[in-house]
Write a protein that binds this ligand. Structure first.
Ligand SMILES: [Ca+2]
Length: 270
């Protein structure tokens, strides 16, 4: 029974949140989500990938990665690895790696060249820009439990937002575009001179975009705060080539917060 308790961990959101968050309560979505046990040796798999593929990583990001963290984005029990670049624009680009059948694959990247550098079997067309591990939110939406992120970036003349939902598709983390907004500004006046929207990849208008975004912004947030480490936390420790990167990954593994530690829990075996 103890083993059952370890393998099946139920996650319960405080019902009190329903009253205090002001969000509508999904009626047909369970109040708990059951996570399978993580894949054996998942930590070593990611470490080995970073060590063996270091030359590829160094070629793609010659100045080094900006941060590494682990988040179970598709709620299959095994965390994905999120690696930020150092952000040449307003937000950093996230590269997401998933452990699939014992092998690590890049499943999302802001770099087009990642598809040629890594095995692109599971590389999705949707990528994420953000600057914080905590931007990935675990919520109980009307469409079920999921992680999502408000991915955004821009310049002084443009701004875009994309709400990205993380799905598990046959054991593969799959980011999906919920809705997207692109704005162009007059650089002198700041007035919006053009705008375009999509919902689920199809052309839409502003109200449709907002309605799709509201499903996530208005959902019940589980209060989970993902953690990782950044290069600027300790340049001396993290910036020395392969060894520095592997140290960053090891520290990120230590910083990893299992979802069960962050919310009110109820083990079915307890
Ligand atoms: Ca996962």
């Amino acid at each position: 029974m103890r083993r059952l308790g370890i393998m099946l961990t139920a996650l319960t959101v405080l019902l009190g949140c329903l009253a205090t968050c002001g969000a509508s309560a999904p009626t047909d979505v369970p109040e708990t989500v059951v996570l399978p046990a993580p894949a054996d040796g998942w930590q070593d798999s990611y470490l080995a990938f970073m060590e063996n593929d270091y030359d590829i990583l160094a070629a793609l990001w010659p100045d080094g990665l900006g941060g590494v963290g682990f988040i179970d984005l598709d709620l299959d029990g095994t965390p994905e690895m999120v690696a930020f670049d150092q952000g040449a624009s307003a937000a950093m680009g996230a590269q997401i790696f998933d452990l699939i059948d014992g092998k690590v694959y890049c499943v999302s990247s802001t770099l087009d060249s990642a598809g040629g550098a890594f095995d692109s079997t599971y590389l999705a067309g949707v990528s994420v820009c953000t600057s914080f591990f905590e931007s990935f939110r675990l919520s109980r939406t009307r469409d079920g439990w999921c992680f999502w992120v408000d991915s955004s970036n821009g310049t002084d003349q443009t701004a875009w937002d994309e709400f990205v939902r993380f799905n598990d598709q046959d054991g593969v983390l799959t980011p999906a575009s919920v809705c997207y907004r692109y704005l162009e500004f007059d650089p002198n006046s700041g007035v919006v001179v053009s705008e375009s929207y999509t919902v689920a990849g199809a052309g839409a208008d502003g109200p449709a975009y907002q309605a799709a975004a509201d499903v996530y912004q208005g959902a019940l947030d589980a209060g989970y705060e993902a953690k990782g480490v950044f290069l600027w936390d300790d340049y001396d420790r993290y910036s020395a080539g392969r060894d520095g990167l592997l140290t960053m990954v090891k520290d990120a593994l230590t910083a990893y917060v299992p979802i069960t530690d962050q919310v009110t829990l109820a083990s079915p075996g307890a």
